[in-house]
Write a protein that binds this ligand. Structure first.
Ligand code: NDP
Length: 289
């Protein structure tokens, strides 16, 4: 079997076009241009590229974006002061603090400080709680992007056994929570695996859907995949000059029925979902003004 390639780049482009139309309609009606503030602390080159890509995508969708670049030695208090300023600014609708932050800063304290109504990454406990209860304000960007890929590829999720590899707060845990909800591309039976999971390959072989988010290059091998399974690869790992996923793409594509490539799979979807959340944030703030 040779798997269908789930083209995240194309699906994201379509979503971004739809969003651009929605942004234009919102701005026409309200006179408000959605505005995302991105905060980048330090000189991490990968983070700088991610932020630049997000800003470019904003521009294309007529969402305003402002980059706040802070030095690597910025203190936690200085960063918290900036977050407070952005929280209070009525013309800033979304706040994105690019991770990782330098070691002198406690990430959790900073993420907790972002106003829940501007929390377009959906990291705040209030937004995570709402999502878990099935009444989301925002959806976390990467898992939401994965869910959209399942939807767009026509994957049967209801009743399927979905195995999520990884339990991070950013990807694995919310992904599992979203797949188990009632709703479209959901209603799955979910297993969430992590580094302490016993007999991992035995678990993954039972999966109709695998979402791999562990950050280990080519970790998921063909013998770990049930023939016909759908494989969503969240991983982004640099191996020499190349970016590779958490899935051994060349081997697994001969076993799976559908698979996302890296790059060009989940990555572009994450950005599209960020734009969607920024528009949602602007709408919510306009409604409550
Ligand atoms: P984390 O490092 O925060 O979490 C990795 C998870 O994988 C942990 O839960 C860990 O388990 C688990 N894990 C590690 N090794 C194993 C193993 N051998 N067997 C089973 N589980 C294991 O990573 P993130 O969730 O932040 O990111 C995961 C990957 O996704 C990375 O490659 C990252 O670059 C990529 N990513 C891609 C995005 C995109 O837009 N495409 C967005 C965000 C991330 P434990 O908890 O026990 O340590």
């Amino acid at each position: 079997m040779s798997a269908t390639i789930i083209d995240g780049k194309a699906i994201a482009a379509e979503l971004r076009e739809q969003l651009a139309t929605e942004v234009a309609a919102f701005t026409d009606d309200s006179g408000i241009t959605p505005h995302l503030a991105a905060v980048l602390v330090g000189e991490d080159p990968a983070s700088a590229v991610y932020v630049r890509n997000k800003q470019r995508a904003c521009e294309k969708a007529s969402i305003r974006s402002t980059l706040h670049r802070l030095a690597a030695e910025t203190t936690q208090d200085e960063l918290l002061a900036l977050v407070a300023e952005l929280n209070a600014d009525p013309n800033t609708h979304g706040i994105l603090v690019q991770l990782p932050l330098p070691s002198q800063i406690d990430e959790q304290s900073v993420l907790d400080a972002v106003s829940p109504i501007k929390d377009v990454d959906c990291f705040h406990a209030e937004n995570v709680g709402l999502m878990v209860q099935g009444r989301p304000r925002f959806l976390p960007c990467t898992p939401a992007g994965c869910q959209q890929l399942l939807l767009a590829s026509g994957t049967q999720v209801a009743g399927a056994h979905a195995v999520v590899l990884g339990r991070s707060e950013i990807v694995g845990k919310p992904m599992g929570m979203m797949l188990v909800q009632r709703g479209a591309a959901a209603n799955a039976t979910v297993t969430i695996c992590h580094s302490r999971t016993a007999n991992l390959a035995e678990v993954t072989r039972q999966a109709d859907i695998i979402v791999a988010a562990i950050g280990k290059p080519n970790f998921v091998t063909a013998d770990m995949v049930k023939p016909g399974a759908v494989v969503i690869d969240v991983g982004i790992n640099r191996v020499g000059e190349k970016l590779v996923g958490d899935v051994d793409y060349e081997a697994v594509r001969n076993v799976a029925s559908a698979i996302t490539p890296v790059p060009g799979g989940v990555g572009p979807m994450t950005i599209a979902m960020l734009l969607k959340n920024t528009l949602t944030a602007a709408r919510l703030q306009a409604a409550s003004a």
